[in-house]
Design a protein around this ligand. Structure first.
Ligand SMILES: *Cc1c(COP(=O)(O)O)cnc(C)c1O
Length: 442
């Protein structure tokens, strides 16, 4: 499926990709950017403003990736840019405590009730890695339970998937991850509360924590079944284990307090630890983990669980993050919800008109479309979709100036800058893309 799409459509991107491929493995610094699952030449972006990004060939796209979430206000938002400029003028990094990180910590704690204390790191990966270390340190237990298809960054222990048919025996998902690492990880299907119950029953008092995406959105969007997160909390707590709710993607996107605000606050469950990233950096590298003060107080320098970072709480990054969060008002969430609702419906209607079997799934204002007829509740379901049809759809949209996530397993992201003009451009592109997808059905 590779080359027939667009080798000459983007000559400057193609040249950059060739240069990049000489000095960087696969030409990219994070794999999904390489377009491997859709084929063709990855577009190298040179600027972004509002709902639009422009590539090295000068072509403009309506952006539905938003840097995978951080650009919730749109690209180059004036308030974020101004905060970064002001911070730059004061100096780039001190390696001491600073003013900006206090303000960002306070903003996070003020928004998310279960977070009594928070520590800043520089990526979502660092956040989840630190959270599982802390959970193990707090409980004195070795094992972690995770869900197949949930992504928590490239932490060794969390790059584990279920061995076929044997839900409680995790296998490394990547070369270089040892079996002894994944031996301490239990992987069960998402949305399968009985599998969770069975895992705890098989090994009582051994599991330090359950880690889950608050709403799964890295296998496409797969919302938790009603009551699933609440049950997770109660099963974990009954055994003395912690619940880690990974809100790196959903945090501060689905509501002021993320998925917790939509689900936890309503259903009365509380995670012990939460992880964040993406939106809290405003486009600069920031992650965070936080939660119960009695758990967080085990971190160095107060306690025995070591965790550190030369650039943690960096003044430029925290300035960008704080300005981004301050733009995340009730009005913004109303706009995101309405825009995501309209856009999902538009895409679904276009696919239906072209006769493409698909399933639109939402978790708040995050959504994705599975190219298959059935509801998706877990990773096995997600993998039944027709990725060839998605690739054709993706490339038709790209040609028409709409930048979708280059994988059928990713959520679509809208921003405060996606207005009627941007939606109209997407709407114009959809019928032909739906036809392209239909042409791949055999
Ligand atoms: C993106 C993501 C991560 C990893 O964050 P990075 O900043 O890429 O390391 C972890 N968990 C979830 C749910 C994510 O979406």
């Amino acid at each position: 499926m590779n080359d027939h799409f667009d080798v000459t459509a983007a000559p400057n991107s193609a040249a950059l990709f060739a240069r990049a491929s000489r000095v960087t493995p696969g030409g990219v610094n994070s794999p999904v950017r390489a377009f491997r699952s859709v084929g063709g030449t990855p577009r190298f972006m040179s600027s972004g403003r509002g709902a639009y990004i422009t590539d090295a060939d000068g072509k403009e796209y309506v952006d539905l990736v938003g840097s995978w979430g951080p650009m919730i206000l749109g690209h180059s938002h004036p308030d974020v840019i101004a905060a970064v400029r002001a911070a730059v003028d004061r100096g780039l990094s001190f390696g001491t405590p600073g003013v900006g990180e206090v303000a960002l910590g306070e903003e996070i704690v003020a928004r998310v009730a279960p977070v009594e204390q928070v520590r800043l790191v520089s990526s979502g990966t660092e956040a989840t890695m630190s959270a599982i270390r802390l959970a193990r340190g707090f409980t004195g237990r070795p094992k972690i339970l995770k869900f197949a298809g949930c992504y928590h960054g490239h932490v060794d222990a969390l790059l584990a998937s279920a061995g076929s048919g044997v839900a409680t025996f995790a296998l490394p998902d990547s070369a270089g991850v040892t079996r002894s690492t994944t031996a301490e990880v239990i992987v069960v299907p998402y949305n399968d509360i009985e599998a969770v119950r069975a895992a705890f029953a098989a090994e009582p008092g051994v599991i330090a924590a359950v880690i889950t995406e608050a709403a799964a959105a890295n296998m496409g969007v797969v919302p938790p079944l009603d009551g699933f997160n609440a049950e997770l909390a109660s099963i974990a707590h009954a055994d003395g284990a912690l619940l880690i709710s990974d809100e790196v993607m959903t945090g501060f996107r689905l509501s002021r307090s993320g998925m917790f605000g939509l689900d936890g606050a309503r259903q009365g469950w509380t995670p012990d630890l939460m992880t964040f990233g993406k939106v809290i950096g405003g486009g600069l590298p920031v992650g965070a983990f936080g939660g119960r003060a009695d758990v967080m107080s085990l971190l160095a320098p107060l306690g025995p669980v070591y965790q550190a970072g030369t650039l943690s709480g960096n003044p430029i990054a925290t300035a960008a993050g704080l300005a981004n969060l301050q733009g995340c008002t009730d009005d913004l969430y109303r706009h995101l919800d309405a825009t995501a609702l309209a856009l999902g419906d538009l895409a679904s209607a276009a696919l239906a008109a072209a006769g493409v079997p698909h399933r639109l799934q939402r978790a708040g204002n995050l959504f994705s479309i599975f190219f298959g007829p059935d509801e998706v509740r877990n990773y096995d379901d997600a993998r039944r979709q027709n990725t060839t049809a998605f690739a054709a759809f993706f490339h038709s949209m790209l040609d028409a100036g709409v930048y979708l996530p280059p994988s059928a397993y990713e959520a679509w992201f809208v921003s405060g800058a996606h207005d009627d003009t941007a939606l109209a451009r997407i709407a114009d592109a959809l019928p032909a893309a739906a036809q392209a997808a239909a042409s791949q059905l055999v």
